[in-house]
Design a protein. Structure first.
Length: 277
């Protein structure tokens, strides 16, 4: 079931890539058990030559992409000098010449490779590269979200530490705004809400003392969650898809509402108020 769901994500991204670029052939596959990559999704192919092909790290264009964890391309596959040619027979059977391969990377690990190809030996332009990278990011984000959901819903081998809970919360808050599916996004935010109240009673500096009510915007919570995990403004901006100046603005606003003068004070105050786990 897991492989089926992830294949649907890959298939959708490949279809979007083909529509955006006009590439006649797009295909790809995900690593199975973290070791073997097989071409499982093809669109525009006229032969079955590539279907089920097992790609080894370092072999061919896709294997080079897999090994280096970066996009690779050739203008004329049969005569390309910077790749090995173990897969020339199926590539020639499909009549492919100009090919691009883009890795799908989640948590610094390659999880799959997406390809686009022409049947003519023509340079692949920057627009196609950008579209291929955007399609790979769509798959990366979908896989990252599903990984986090599975991890949170799976029974842990032992009780997680609060630091682990807080780390998961920060990662989920960063992922949620990037999820296109509104239902899945709402479910993720609901999980975040459960984590925020998981400690039962919000912490208070003095036992029995009242905890001040604080109303933070979703983005202010996102920034605080990133800061709580140790992120700098720059890394929080990259994680959340914002500009560093925008992150600073949200952080200043949250600090003002929390009556905090430093980032650490803001995180502590947010935890006391039950805004962060």
């Amino acid at each position: 079931m897991r492989e089926h769901v992830e294949s649907v994500e890959l298939r959708g991204a490949l279809l979007r890539l083909r529509r955006a670029t006009g590439l006649p052939v797009v295909f790809g596959g995900l690593l199975q058990d973290g070791r073997v990559l097989r071409i499982a999704e093809l669109t525009g192919a006229v032969t079955p030559a590539l279907h089920g092909l097992a790609i080894s790290a370092g072999s061919g264009l896709g294997g080079k992409c897999l090994a280096l964890s970066r996009p690779c391309a050739v203008t004329d596959y049969p005569s390309a000098r910077h790749i090995t040619h173990e897969y020339d027979v199926p590539v020639s059977a499909e009549g492919l010449r100009s090919v691009i391969a883009v890795p799908v990377v989640v948590r610094r690990k390659v999880r799959g490779v997406m390809y686009g190809a022409l049947r003519d030996a023509l340079p692949i332009g920057e627009r196609v590269f950008d579209a291929a990278m955007a399609a790979a990011r769509d798959v990366e984000q979908a896989l990252a979200v599903r990984d986090e959901v599975r991890r949170l819903l799976a029974p842990p081998p032992s009780e997680p530490s609060w630091e682990e809970v807080r780390q998961a919360h920060g990662e989920l808050r960063a992922l949620a705004p990037r999820v296109a599916d509104p239902e899945l996004r709402e479910r993720l935010l609901a999980v975040c809400g459960r984590l925020e109240t998981a400690s039962g009673t919000a912490e208070s500096p003095v036992p029995g003392a009242p905890v001040p009510a604080v109303s933070l915007t979703p983005r202010e919570k996102d920034v605080l969650a990133a800061v709580a995990s140790g992120a700098t403004n720059a890394s929080a901006a990259s994680l959340l898809g914002l500009r560093p100046e925008t992150v600073k603005g949200y952080l200043r606003s949250a600090m003002r509402k929390l009556g905090a003068h430093t980032r650490l004070e803001a995180v502590v105050a947010a935890r006391r108020a039950g805004v962060l786990p």
